[in-house]
Write a protein that binds this ligand. Sequence first.
Ligand code: GTP
Ligand code: MG
Length: 199
Amino acid sequence: MKIESAEFVTSSTDWFKCPLPQNPEFAFIGRSNVGKSSLINLLVGRKNLAKTSSTPGKTQTINHFLINRSWNLVDLPGYGYAAVSRSSRQAWGKMIEQYLMKRENLYCTFVLLDSRVPPQKSDFDFITWMGEQSLPIAVILTKSDKLKQHELAISKKTIEGKLLEQWETLPPLFVTSAEKKTGRKELLEFISNSLTENR
Ligand code: GTP
Ligand code: MG
Protein backbone atom coordinates (compact mmCIF):
# COMPACT_ATOMS: atom_id res chain seq x y z
CA MET A 1 0.00 0.00 0.00
CA LYS A 2 1.23 3.45 -0.87
CA ILE A 3 0.94 6.26 1.66
CA GLU A 4 -0.37 9.26 -0.29
CA SER A 5 -1.12 11.49 2.66
CA ALA A 6 -0.77 11.52 6.43
CA GLU A 7 -2.04 14.30 8.62
CA PHE A 8 -2.38 14.90 12.33
CA VAL A 9 -6.05 15.28 13.24
CA THR A 10 -6.32 15.83 16.97
CA SER A 11 -5.23 14.87 20.49
CA SER A 12 -8.02 13.72 22.78
CA THR A 13 -8.14 13.29 26.53
CA ASP A 14 -11.20 11.00 26.44
CA TRP A 15 -12.67 8.44 24.05
CA PHE A 16 -15.80 10.54 23.53
CA LYS A 17 -13.73 13.54 22.44
CA CYS A 18 -12.15 11.52 19.61
CA PRO A 19 -13.03 12.24 15.96
CA LEU A 20 -16.32 10.76 14.72
CA PRO A 21 -15.84 6.99 14.29
CA GLN A 22 -16.30 7.02 10.55
CA ASN A 23 -12.94 5.62 9.37
CA PRO A 24 -11.35 2.24 10.02
CA GLU A 25 -8.85 2.68 12.82
CA PHE A 26 -5.63 0.98 13.98
CA ALA A 27 -4.14 1.78 17.39
CA PHE A 28 -0.61 1.39 18.78
CA ILE A 29 -0.07 0.51 22.41
CA GLY A 30 2.72 -0.82 24.63
CA ARG A 31 4.91 0.20 27.52
CA SER A 32 6.39 3.67 27.47
CA ASN A 33 9.44 4.10 25.27
CA VAL A 34 8.79 0.86 23.35
CA GLY A 35 8.67 2.82 20.09
CA LYS A 36 4.97 3.42 19.30
CA SER A 37 5.36 6.94 17.97
CA SER A 38 8.53 6.05 16.03
CA LEU A 39 6.73 3.14 14.37
CA ILE A 40 3.87 5.37 13.26
CA ASN A 41 6.43 7.70 11.71
CA LEU A 42 8.07 4.76 9.94
CA LEU A 43 4.72 3.60 8.54
CA VAL A 44 3.77 6.99 7.16
CA GLY A 45 7.31 7.79 6.03
CA ARG A 46 7.54 11.00 8.02
CA LYS A 47 10.17 11.79 10.66
CA ASN A 48 8.12 13.81 13.11
CA LEU A 49 4.44 13.29 12.48
CA ALA A 50 4.05 11.53 15.84
CA LYS A 51 6.17 13.09 18.58
CA THR A 52 8.90 10.82 19.89
CA SER A 53 11.24 11.17 22.87
CA SER A 54 13.98 9.26 24.64
CA THR A 55 12.23 10.18 27.90
CA PRO A 56 9.42 7.71 28.65
CA GLY A 57 5.92 9.12 28.98
CA LYS A 58 6.02 11.47 25.98
CA THR A 59 2.62 10.57 24.54
CA GLN A 60 -0.10 11.33 27.08
CA THR A 61 -3.22 11.69 24.96
CA ILE A 62 -5.08 9.73 22.27
CA ASN A 63 -3.59 11.04 19.02
CA HIS A 64 -5.39 10.58 15.72
CA PHE A 65 -3.70 10.64 12.33
CA LEU A 66 -5.67 10.47 9.09
CA ILE A 67 -3.98 8.36 6.42
CA ASN A 68 -4.82 8.50 2.71
CA ARG A 69 -7.91 10.48 3.74
CA SER A 70 -9.66 7.21 4.53
CA TRP A 71 -8.30 5.40 7.60
CA ASN A 72 -6.76 6.31 10.96
CA LEU A 73 -3.65 5.48 12.91
CA VAL A 74 -3.85 6.16 16.64
CA ASP A 75 -0.89 6.82 18.91
CA LEU A 76 -1.72 5.93 22.52
CA PRO A 77 0.14 6.71 25.76
CA GLY A 78 2.36 3.98 27.16
CA TYR A 79 1.08 1.76 29.96
CA GLY A 80 3.04 0.64 33.00
CA TYR A 81 5.35 3.59 33.29
CA ALA A 82 6.12 4.03 36.99
CA ALA A 83 7.60 7.54 37.07
CA VAL A 84 4.38 9.42 36.38
CA SER A 85 2.23 10.21 39.39
CA ARG A 86 -0.16 7.53 40.51
CA SER A 87 -3.30 9.55 39.87
CA SER A 88 -2.23 10.44 36.34
CA ARG A 89 -1.32 6.80 35.66
CA GLN A 90 -4.79 5.66 36.70
CA ALA A 91 -6.39 8.33 34.56
CA TRP A 92 -4.38 7.10 31.55
CA GLY A 93 -5.34 3.52 32.26
CA LYS A 94 -8.99 4.40 32.38
CA MET A 95 -8.77 6.61 29.30
CA ILE A 96 -7.09 3.88 27.26
CA GLU A 97 -9.43 1.18 28.55
CA GLN A 98 -12.53 3.21 27.69
CA TYR A 99 -11.16 4.08 24.27
CA LEU A 100 -10.46 0.43 23.47
CA MET A 101 -13.83 -0.79 24.69
CA LYS A 102 -15.99 1.92 23.15
CA ARG A 103 -14.30 2.74 19.88
CA GLU A 104 -16.56 0.99 17.39
CA ASN A 105 -14.35 1.67 14.35
CA LEU A 106 -11.23 0.10 15.91
CA TYR A 107 -10.15 -2.68 13.54
CA CYS A 108 -7.01 -3.83 15.31
CA THR A 109 -4.69 -2.83 18.15
CA PHE A 110 -0.97 -3.35 17.68
CA VAL A 111 0.66 -4.36 20.96
CA LEU A 112 4.32 -3.37 20.88
CA LEU A 113 6.94 -5.33 22.82
CA ASP A 114 10.63 -4.46 23.01
CA SER A 115 12.39 -7.30 21.21
CA ARG A 116 15.30 -7.10 23.71
CA VAL A 117 13.24 -7.43 26.86
CA PRO A 118 11.13 -10.43 27.92
CA PRO A 119 7.45 -9.38 28.03
CA GLN A 120 6.59 -7.92 31.42
CA LYS A 121 3.58 -8.49 33.63
CA SER A 122 1.98 -5.29 32.36
CA ASP A 123 2.23 -6.63 28.79
CA PHE A 124 0.58 -9.93 29.66
CA ASP A 125 -2.04 -8.20 31.77
CA PHE A 126 -2.86 -6.01 28.82
CA ILE A 127 -2.96 -8.85 26.26
CA THR A 128 -5.13 -10.93 28.60
CA TRP A 129 -7.49 -8.01 29.09
CA MET A 130 -7.80 -7.53 25.32
CA GLY A 131 -8.59 -11.24 24.95
CA GLU A 132 -11.28 -11.02 27.62
CA GLN A 133 -12.87 -8.11 25.75
CA SER A 134 -12.61 -10.08 22.46
CA LEU A 135 -10.66 -7.22 20.94
CA PRO A 136 -8.31 -8.18 18.08
CA ILE A 137 -4.58 -7.62 18.50
CA ALA A 138 -1.39 -8.08 16.55
CA VAL A 139 1.99 -8.18 18.30
CA ILE A 140 4.98 -6.16 17.14
CA LEU A 141 8.53 -6.72 18.35
CA THR A 142 10.27 -3.35 18.13
CA LYS A 143 13.89 -2.15 18.03
CA SER A 144 15.05 -5.30 16.26
CA ASP A 145 18.16 -3.40 15.08
CA LYS A 146 19.48 -3.74 18.63
CA LEU A 147 19.71 -7.53 18.33
CA LYS A 148 21.69 -9.93 16.18
CA GLN A 149 19.68 -12.28 13.94
CA HIS A 150 20.05 -15.30 16.22
CA GLU A 151 19.23 -13.25 19.32
CA LEU A 152 16.12 -12.01 17.60
CA ALA A 153 15.08 -15.56 16.73
CA ILE A 154 15.46 -16.58 20.39
CA SER A 155 13.54 -13.55 21.56
CA LYS A 156 10.73 -14.30 19.11
CA LYS A 157 10.54 -17.94 20.23
CA THR A 158 10.46 -16.92 23.90
CA ILE A 159 7.63 -14.49 23.35
CA GLU A 160 5.64 -16.96 21.25
CA GLY A 161 6.15 -19.61 23.91
CA LYS A 162 4.88 -17.26 26.60
CA LEU A 163 1.83 -16.35 24.54
CA LEU A 164 1.07 -20.01 23.83
CA GLU A 165 1.02 -20.74 27.57
CA GLN A 166 -2.17 -18.70 27.62
CA TRP A 167 -3.58 -18.81 24.08
CA GLU A 168 -4.31 -21.64 21.70
CA THR A 169 -3.41 -19.61 18.66
CA LEU A 170 -0.83 -16.89 18.23
CA PRO A 171 -1.87 -13.43 17.16
CA PRO A 172 -0.21 -12.07 13.99
CA LEU A 173 3.40 -11.20 14.89
CA PHE A 174 5.65 -8.63 13.26
CA VAL A 175 9.26 -7.60 13.78
CA THR A 176 10.19 -3.97 13.16
CA SER A 177 12.96 -1.44 13.41
CA ALA A 178 12.25 2.26 13.03
CA GLU A 179 16.01 2.72 12.93
CA LYS A 180 16.64 0.32 10.03
CA LYS A 181 13.19 0.91 8.52
CA THR A 182 12.29 -2.78 8.57
CA GLY A 183 8.84 -4.32 8.88
CA ARG A 184 7.10 -1.42 7.18
CA LYS A 185 5.97 -3.31 4.09
CA GLU A 186 4.59 -6.23 6.11
CA LEU A 187 2.63 -3.99 8.45
CA LEU A 188 1.16 -1.90 5.66
CA GLU A 189 0.15 -5.10 3.88
CA PHE A 190 -1.56 -6.35 7.03
CA ILE A 191 -3.45 -3.06 7.35
CA SER A 192 -4.34 -3.10 3.67
CA ASN A 193 -5.72 -6.66 3.91
CA SER A 194 -7.65 -5.77 7.00
CA LEU A 195 -9.20 -2.77 5.24
CA THR A 196 -10.25 -4.92 2.28
CA GLU A 197 -11.62 -7.80 4.39
CA ASN A 198 -13.75 -5.53 6.51
CA ARG A 199 -15.07 -3.38 3.72
P1 GTP B 1 5.94 7.06 24.89
O1 GTP B 1 5.17 8.00 24.01
O2 GTP B 1 6.76 7.76 25.90
O3 GTP B 1 5.06 6.01 25.51
O4 GTP B 1 7.03 6.29 24.00
P2 GTP B 1 6.88 5.59 22.57
O5 GTP B 1 6.49 4.16 22.76
O6 GTP B 1 6.02 6.40 21.66
O7 GTP B 1 8.40 5.57 22.05
P3 GTP B 1 9.11 6.56 21.00
O8 GTP B 1 8.67 6.26 19.61
O9 GTP B 1 8.99 7.95 21.49
O10 GTP B 1 10.63 6.03 21.11
C1 GTP B 1 11.30 5.98 22.34
C2 GTP B 1 12.80 5.94 22.10
O11 GTP B 1 13.17 4.74 21.44
C3 GTP B 1 13.32 7.08 21.20
O12 GTP B 1 14.57 7.49 21.69
C4 GTP B 1 13.44 6.42 19.84
O13 GTP B 1 14.41 7.01 19.01
C5 GTP B 1 13.86 5.01 20.22
N1 GTP B 1 13.40 4.02 19.21
C6 GTP B 1 12.16 3.86 18.73
N2 GTP B 1 12.11 2.88 17.81
C7 GTP B 1 13.37 2.42 17.68
C8 GTP B 1 13.98 1.38 16.87
O14 GTP B 1 13.36 0.69 16.07
N3 GTP B 1 15.32 1.19 17.06
C9 GTP B 1 16.06 1.91 17.93
N4 GTP B 1 17.35 1.62 18.05
N5 GTP B 1 15.53 2.88 18.69
C10 GTP B 1 14.21 3.12 18.58
MG1 MG C 1 4.84 8.01 22.04
